[in-house]
Design a protein around this ligand. Structure first.
Ligand code: IVH
Length: 705
């Protein structure tokens, strides 16, 4: 097929491929023309592409895309990719750094499953490819969608680009109606060198490492550019499946290979941890000669039935782990130590380094954590770097492992300049001059300026508009800073009244540095598009200390809606009240989180600022679990010993069915599962009239017998 094939002769599959390619070409041409003011194709070619697109749409109306180019007037709505919600989340892996971590992983798995030490679990071990993950969705054997991982829940639609990768089959012969294949897009060392040589020749920017080159090449708006880049793909996992692919990880991989995917031939099965660790060493020995970057070895439980029982933590599976290779190191000069003030007031020292390449990237800043770290002590007061302090002018050893943030491993005292002095950590906030204090064994010194500290206010705003929070396109860290300096945005609520207050003034935005060709209208549209937000995300966006994405979700799921939560927070004035007990009873919410919430919501000014924001938004109630299980949405407490599964597995199972597991019985508890020795919890449940089941009753209720 090529674009001269008459439309009447196109098969449906060919039409789909062409429509996707045209969509990407047209959107890239639109972006170049309207957004960057630098057309990449002439008007005649543009019109021909548009005509061809319209003809195909007329012949195959059901293939017309939601954001079809034929319905766009002028510029495309966004210069980025469309978003795709993954049918099954794309997770990351927890890390092991040494053999003991791997043995712990095995122990935890056995503990969770209730196996004795001499019962073995088999694992697969395979290289961890240093690229970027991609999910390929096949429907009735045809590739219909390709998405990057994004934040794990939503990724970028890179279908047209993925179709240009030779290792990605357009069609597979399978009776699995919906098959999501997952794997890594990467670039080989040889291709990376060639690409960089070509970039240099053309005066274009070169890539720091093959991973960046692969990511930059896949995330091109014009698939023709992706096509010209030699990308490869290893399949190593799967997402949503309309029927099972296999019963073990290894057979699943073999099935993918049979379907035409490239799979890694260093993937092996092990029954024994020592042999698996030997395989790790063997792969590490071959690392330099493989021809592509790897940054560790991934171990996965081989039996899928066991994977299923083990399930997931919030962002990582319990049944897999990445055993990382040791970090790469490099020596460089520590030129200066600067203090940054974060959104929670933490004074964070940052070392400015003479730029040095470590693990394939140039490092010029590293965090020094806190004043104890600079002095050579850890949080418990034990020496680090054998107690050597860090000073401006020192020679420092920097290390970096894969995606790990670079750190300082050591300092060379023999090269310390004469007359160097201990670093004097400031006792006042360098941004607002307020006292900076250390409280109750906290190793972090914090500015006490609260909302009057401009650094805290700006950092809070940056967090608010950032990824995982409101994620407002066109309003990044730089822009927020500018608006704050102008006095146009002082707190999050101001973002949502920007148009009413400064709409006309903002039309001149495009003249300002950092705004490129973005128009004020696009910004207002993007802001308006984010007025509706899920409750959990809203809580995370507030930037309260210790309330991360996961805790935001936990709180949202527990309280259900913002008004309910807000009222509870307004009423929790004292620790020890029943609302306080309820908050602490939420599994995953400890004393630290509860106190942080109290700190934020108990502060009248902060509460008023949050109210001003909430007023301008639609905060969606937490999703009621779609699960039709009889325990969805119920608060369940386990007590006493269980015989058929471990407490950890019972809890994870209950949560996967939509129940909320709490550690203590209160009048809100719906169900107590009491094993032998349930004791005081059973007595309390009985006095409150709470339904109580034994383990068998519970298993029967959830259909596990
Ligand atoms: S399995 C649910 N296997 O590593 C687990 N991941 O740090 C799915 N990666 O996001 C991942 N090689 O991008 C798996 N052989 C391999 C891998 C691999 C590279 C990447 C993947 C993942 C990241 C987690």
């Amino acid at each position: 097929m090529d674009d001269t094939t008459p439309v009447s002769e196109l098969s449906e599959a060919q039409a789909k491929v062409e429509i996707l390619a045209l969509a990407a070409q047209l959107s890239s041409a639109n972006a170049a023309y309207h957004t960057n003011d630098s057309p990449t194709i002439d008007d005649g070619t543009y019109d021909a592409l548009k005509r061809r697109n319209a003809e195909i749409e007329a012949a195959f109306p059901h293939l017309k895309l939601d954001d079809s180019a034929s319905e766009q007037i002028g510029s495309s709505p966004s210069d980025k990719f469309t978003k795709i919600t993954h049918a099954q989340r794309m997770l990351s892996l927890s890390n092991a750094f040494d053999a003991d971590d791997v043995k712990d992983f095995d122990k935890q798995i056995k503990g969770f499953l209730g196996l004795s030490g001499d019962q073995s679990v088999s694992y697969t071990a395979e290289p961890k490819i240093d690229g970027l993950s991609l999910s390929l969705r096949y429907e009735k054997g045809r590739l219909v969608q390709a998405a990057t991982r994004g934040d794990g829940e939503t990724g970028e639609n890179v279908t047209a680009n993925a179709l240009t990768i030779t290792d990605v089959p357009h069609f597979v012969k399978t009776d699995i109606e919906i098959l999501e294949v997952r794997g890594e897009v990467y670039m080989s060392h040889a291709d990376f060198s060639k690409l960089n040589a070509k970039q240099t020749e053309n005066g274009d920017k070169t890539f720091a490492n093959p991973r960046n080159a692969a990511a930059g090449s896949l995330r091109q708006l014009d698939p023709a550019i992706t096509k010209s880049r030699p990308l490869r793909f290893f399949a190593y996992a799967w997402g949503h499946l309309s029927k099972p692919l296999a019963s073990t990880q290894m057979c699943g991989i073999e099935k993918l290979a049979e379907l035409g995917f490239s799979t890694n031939d260093l993937t092996k099965i092990f029954e024994n941890i020592d042999a698996m660790l030997d395989h790790y060493s063997a792969i590490e020995t071959q690392r330099a000669s493989l021809g592509y970057d790897i940054d560790g070895v991934v171990y996965k439980v081989n039996e899928l039935a066991l994977q299923n029982r083990l399930g997931f933590r919030s962002t990582t599976p319990r049944w897999a782990i990445a055993h990382k290779f040791p970090a790469e190191t490099a020596w460089t000069r520590l030129e200066a130590i600067e203090i940054q003030v974060g959104r929670t007031g933490a004074l964070s020292p940052v070392a400015r380094l003479m730029p040095v390449t470590v693990g394939g990237v140039v490092v010029s800043n590293v965090t020094l954590h806190n004043e104890d770290y600079i002095e050579g002590r850890d949080s418990k007061g034990f020496p680090i770097r054998e107690g050597r302090d860090l000073r401006e002018g020192d020679w420092a050893k920097v290390y970096r492992a894969g995606d790990v943030i670079p750190k300082i491993a050591d300092v060379d005292l023999s090269k310390r300049p004469d007359g160097s002095r201990h670093f004097a950590f400031p006792k006042l906030c360098p941004e607002c001059g307020s006292d900076a204090v250390r409280e109750n064994n906290d190793s972090v010194r914090r500015c006490t300026g609260g909302l009057i500290c401009p650094a805290q206010a700006v950092e809070k705003l940056k967090h608010f508009v950032g990824r995982g929070a409101f994620d407002i396109e066109g309003l990044g860290a730089k822009q927020v800073e500018q608006f704050y300096l102008d006095g146009w945005i002082k707190e999050p609520a101001d973002i949502f009244s920007l148009q009413t207050r400064y709409g006309s003034g903002l039309q001149q935005l495009s003249n300002r540095e950092g705004w490129g060709g973005k128009s004020a209208d696009n910004l207002f549209q993007a802001i308006d598009g984010k007025r509706t937000i899920s409750f959990g995300r809203f809580l995370f966006a507030l930037g309260i200390r210790h309330v991360g994405e996961n805790t935001g979700k936990l709180l949202a799921n527990h309280y259900g809606s913002w008004p309910i939560f807000r009222d509870v927070m307004a009423a929790i004035s004292t620790e020890g009240s029943s609302d306080w007990e309820e908050l602490l009873g939420i599994d995953g919410v400890g004393d630290v989180v509860a106190k942080a919430l109290l700190g934020a919501f108990g502060n009248a000014e902060e509460m008023a600022s949050i109210d001003r924001l909430a007023e301008k938004l639609i905060i969606e109630d937490a999703e009621v679990s779609v699960s039709d299980s009889p325990v969805a949405g119920k608060i369940v407490v386990f007590s006493g010993s269980l015989e058929k599964m471990t407490r950890a597995e019972a809890k994870a199972t209950a949560e996967s069915l939509g129940a909320k597991v709490s550690g203590s019985v209160s009048k809100k508890t719906d169900l107590l599962i009491a094993g032998p020795g349930a004791g005081s919890k059973a007595t309390k449940a009985a006095s409150l009239g709470i339904e109580t089941l034994d383990e068998d009753g519970w298993l029967e209720l959830i259909g596990k017998v």
